[in-house]
Design a protein around this ligand. Structure first.
Ligand SMILES: C[S@@+](CC[C@H](N)C(=O)[O-])C[C@H]1O[C@@H](n2cnc3c(N)ncnc32)[C@H](O)[C@@H]1O
Ligand code: SF4
Length: 308
């Protein structure tokens, strides 16, 4: 698809917080194949550098030089080798001098594949935020989802971001274990533990702590994905809306006070209840809103309005 002369490979997906960003297609598809994901259904490729730069040039003509936020598509643009990524961030900054930040999705392993110095220089050249799929803090669940990463590696990727100045924003999938509440409890408690370990307090010992983000999504079943097939065959029974809210409550309850400066959000369209707050400050308020919704299930987002 061409929009105002800029190339996009459909379907286009980006985090809710990048709704106002200029989207630039730098890769297509993904090098991984997680069982729940919609992003790996296209054939993977890194687009030609010349073509990407042409799109940025066109965007400058269409939207002017004052663009403030840019997001590099697709599912895992962090896989691009350092030198090429740096060329792209630098080019973007040269075209749009008021650019506050460039963001991208990033698998933890592709953050770890870059050195601290490389990440720092990417940050200095505009890459300010990366969206990392945590999904679960339980190694068995990560393996089952085909995520090809461990809990320790995810924690290390967060710490690496903090050291380099890049803001990490992690996503957690509620309902990943279906309607098995014993497994769900383990998935959530282990995930809270991962968030506790990921906190910048473990890396930054002096100076101000950075703001960072944790978001919840609720498992969806995109056509063609493994989870959709398992659901259709009856192998996977989805978690109920009530169960999803209980998972979110358990998660918030188990995140400890060492998790400083962390903004919690459930504003993605897959969620039953959109919430936002600072974990250390708003924990009680968030829990009380979840409790209200558990008492009044008629007020949660209806199934037909949920999406990816
Ligand atoms: C497009 S992916 C990019 C993440 C990045 N490539 C990584 O692996 O860290 C963004 C996030 O959307 C969420 N997501 C993907 N498919 C989903 C589904 N079927 N249901 C709920 N959340 C999903 C996951 O949290 C995933 O990490
Ligand atoms: S979750 Fe991330 S790594 Fe996994 S398939 Fe989707 S985009 Fe790729």
């Amino acid at each position: 698809m061409n929009l105002q002369g800029i190339y996009y490979s459909e379907p286009v997906y980006r985090p809710p917080s990048e709704a106002a960003s200029l989207l630039i297609q730098v890769t297509e598809g993904c090098t991984y194949s997680c069982s729940f994901c919609f992003a790996n259904m296209k054939k993977f490729k890194i687009r030609d550098l010349v073509e990407i730069k042409k799109d940025m040039d066109t965007a400058q003509k269409v939207y002017g030089k004052d663009v403030r936020k840019m997001f590099f598509l697709d599912g895992n643009a962090m896989v691009i080798p350092y030198a090429k990524l740096l060329e792209l961030t630098s080019y973007a900054m040269s075209l749009f001098p008021k650019l506050n930040r460039i963001g991208t999705y990033a698998h933890a392993k592709d953050i770890l594949a870059k050195s601290d110095e490389e990440l720092r220089s990417l940050c200095e050249s505009g890459l300010k935020i990366v969206y990392i799929g945590i999904e679960s803090g339980n190694n068995q669940q990560l393996a089952k989802a085909g995520k090809r990463v461990t809990v320790d590696e995810i924690v290390a990727a967060f710490h690496k971001c903090f050291r380099s100045g890049i803001t990490p924003s992690g996503t957690i999938i509620l309902g990943l274990t279906g309607n098995d509440n014993e497994l769900a409890e383990k998935h959530i408690k282990d995930t809270a533990d991962l968030v506790n370990r990921a906190s910048p307090v473990h890396v930054i010992k002096d100076g101000p702590l950075p703001v960072w983000y944790i978001s919840c999504l609720a498992l969806m079943f995109p056509d063609g994905s493994d989870v959709a097939r398992d659901k259709a065959s009856g192998k996977f029974i989805p978690q109920t809306a009530d169960g999803i809210l209980r998972e979110m409550k358990l998660l918030i309850e188990n995140i400890n006070d060492e998790v400083k400066n962390c903004v919690f959000r459930s504003n993605h369209a897959s969620n039953y209840l959109p919430l936002k707050g600072r974990l250390s400050r708003d924990r009680a308020k968030i829990i009380s809103i979840i409790d209200q919704s558990l008492k009044h299930p008629e007020n949660v987002r209806p199934e037909f309005l949920r999406g990816l």
